[in-house]
Design a protein. Structure first.
Lengths: 235, 235
DNA sequence: CGGGCGAGGATTGTATAAACTTTCGCCTGT
DNA sequence: ACAGGCGAAAGTTTATACAATCCTCGCCCG
């Protein structure tokens, strides 16, 4: 067989131009700067990043596969607008997966990882204090991703990345009050349980954290009559 | 994924040329006609399907995101070669997700769905009888996908599609004996439990089914010295 | 005779141009 | 005045051409 000059699974994406576009758009969506339904024109994005439409298209297709962008044939790409049904599915999946992830994080975590988590908590607190809502939203999601990275399970990590991205859109669309997106206190409690290597407590706290987030949502079926109509006609 | 604003609920890819390529290659991989490590040249595939490289490239990128194809920069696309570590992660994820899926399938299933499952069992038996190994492998995976579709959870369905595709490669690489890929008897038992709406039995049977599949694998760290060497040098 | 080196060929990455689809304004006919 | 339809413009999809990169193989040097 061929001798392989094998690269590591994937150097994240150092200077890859497609990745820069993807992450730029992702960040904009996760920070709620791009709202659901917004059109993502290829020329428009290409001009911003100084890239050709070929590269933009590649990035948009990846985002579509992650579920935060919808591509409609011959019409273009739009920021996804998850339905309440999608929202329920996403949170159910998170309730299933994330407790398992914290379990593994406790098994696989090193002191360095705990430092990393503490540092992240500090960033979250600072953003909250600053009143920087955009950073808060982004960091809330990143906390969960960090725990998944700590677990070392690449499959779960991939799944959770998708779920987190969609959750961000869901929270934006369906949140009731103006409460912070994701209580920092909860995160701190989870980290404490991880530090004590108390799996049962960690699982329980993660679960109740997710339940609280979902409880703050208002998932009545269609947001407006317009959508109801579309559903009826589609059926 | 989610319900689209405009399109029919189900017009996934009937006459879409990219989808035809993707499904053709996917079928070839799942039926073990394309072996791990096989190079998937863009021109080669383009000639076969009478398509331009643009479309082939799009299809390959989708397959890469599903984890059954690896794209190495400036080198091309290859059928993925999951490591034993990947295999453990995939089956752990399946053990977590699939019992939950059968639960929901029991809740959401209609008599029509049960008919569909029975019909599928018949196809599996027939392929087995015919000694058609390729069809057997494909149908074994499709059974699990069918249950996921029955559950109506699009998120779980998407995740499971990935897991099934990877499982097919894993079984090909690491199976010990020449036992059939996925016992039809197990599948029949699962369908019977679904028919009786006995969630506990269905979950248990699904779990033991997955455990038996994994037990038939030989997941010693590197398959050969060659791989061991590659890993050492990569680190 | 073994190993480094460079030219040639092949393959992928990117950009650009042609073809088709949808959209929206405007106009005509009733 | 308003419904319906035609046509131009904008944008996406597909194909093709060009540039960059990597692999192979033969040659030359030690």
């Amino acid at each position: 067989m061929a001798a392989k000059t094998r690269q590591k699974p994937d150097a994240p994406d150092a200077s890859d131009r497609v990745s820069r576009i993807r992450e730029g758009v992702t960040a904009a969506i996760l920070e709620h700067r791009l709202l659901p339904g917004t059109k993502l024109g290829e020329d428009e994005i290409g001009d911003i990043y100084g890239a050709s439409r070929t590269l933009v298209r590649t990035a948009l297709q990846q985002l579509a596969h992650e579920g935060i962008v919808n591509i409609e044939k011959n019409r273009g790409a739009f920021v996804a607008r998850p339905t309440p049904g999608d929202a329920r599915e996403v949170f159910e999946a998170r309730r299933l997966i994330e407790p398992t992830i914290v379990d593994h994080a406790i098994d696989a975590g090193s002191p360095a990882w705990l430092d990393r988590l503490e540092q992240h908590l500090a960033e979250e607190r600072e953003a909250e204090l600053r009143g920087d809502a955009r950073a808060s939203v982004r960091l809330s999601g990143e906390f969960h991703r960090l725990v998944a990275e700590m677990s070392g399970h690449s499959i779960y990590l991939g799944f959770l990345k998708e779920l987190i991205a969609r959750s961000s859109l869901i929270i934006l669309l369906y949140r009731r009050h103006d409460t912070p997106a994701c209580g920092t206190d909860h995160h701190a409690g989870i980290v404490a349980a991880i530090r004590k290597r108390d799996k049962q407590a960690a699982r329980a706290q993660m679960l109740s954290h997710l339940n609280e987030i979902e409880a703050e949502l208002f998932l009545k079926d269609p947001a407006a009559d317009e959508l109801r109509l579309a559903d009826v006609l589609g059926a």
